[in-house]
Design a protein around this ligand. Structure first.
Ligand SMILES: Cc1ncc(COP(=O)(O)OP(=O)(O)O)c(N)n1
Ligand SMILES: Cc1ncsc1CCOP(=O)(O)O
Ligand SMILES: [Mg+2]
Length: 207
């Protein structure tokens, strides 16, 4: 049986020198719905220069370019949307800044937070972390049941994140995740990012 789950790629914490080539190879390896630029603790001008470098690579391939944490810069720099966490910016403010652009919101393991996000106009809600991850110290772990109940009862699409790999993703796909967001599964794949994307897509299709 097929499913509608798609891959949501997030950039690695530190971008290697040849990142443009790696990114192009990853996006050419198969269907990727979105790319999130996630740079933490860097000045605005570095975010702006990196958006200018990477945005065309994604958008020319019909991959939505989402900026983490900064709806203001997302709007200013021609991104397709922004992702905000619970402490990044009040959701109403983010929605107002972004206008018609995509707004994604971290909801940890809480359908209550997800309801609030949906009411504030989120285009997707993200639950996680589902599995241990070395990319970020997650404030809490999420249960598959949270995702499953959301997917069964609500219209707003849900993203699953946190330690997701080709080996462990099947239950999340079967629970109804519309998107799987990954960092390590692609950028740390032993055979390179293109192989990482292909492995994820194969696992999603087989779930
Ligand atoms: C798709 C997606 N889901 C969750 C997060 C985490 O956002 P946040 O809680 O704001 O933490 P940081 O990523 O900003 O460290 C995300 N970025 N993307
Ligand atoms: C940004 C973020 N938010 C919750 S877990 C996480 C990290 C996801 O990275 P990985 O796919 O390598 O676990
Ligand atoms: Mg954030």
């Amino acid at each position: 049986m097929t499913n509608d789950c798609r891959l949501y790629l997030i950039t690695p914490p530190v971008l290697p020198d040849n990142f443009e080539a790696q990114l192009a190879a990853a996006l050419d390896a198969g269907d990727v719905a979105a790319l999130q630029l996630r740079l933490k603790d860097v000045p605005d001008d570095l975010i702006a220069r990196t958006v200018d470098r990477l945005r065309p690579i994604a958008q020319s391939r019909d991959v939505a370019f989402i900026l983490n944490d900064r709806p203001d810069l997302a709007m200013k720099l021609g991104c397709d949307g922004a992702h905000v966490g619970q402490t990044d910016m009040p959701l109403k403010q983010a929605r107002k800044i972004l206008g018609e652009l995509t707004l994604g919101v971290t909801c940890h393991n809480s359908r209550h937070l997800a309801m609030e996000a949906a009411e504030a106009g989120a285009d997707y809600v993200a639950f996680g972390a589902f599995f241990p991850t070395s990319t970020k110290e997650p404030p809490e772990m999420a249960e598959i049941e949270t995702l499953q109940i959301w997917a069964e009862t609500m219209e707003v699409p849900c993203v699953a994140i946190g330690g997701i790999t080709a080996e462990n993703c099947a239950p999340l796909v079967r629970a109804g995740a519309e998107f799987l967001a990954v960092v390590g599964a692609v950028w740390n794949h032993p055979d390179g990012p293109a192989a990482g994307v292909q492995a994820m897509l194969k696992a999603i299709a087989a779930a």
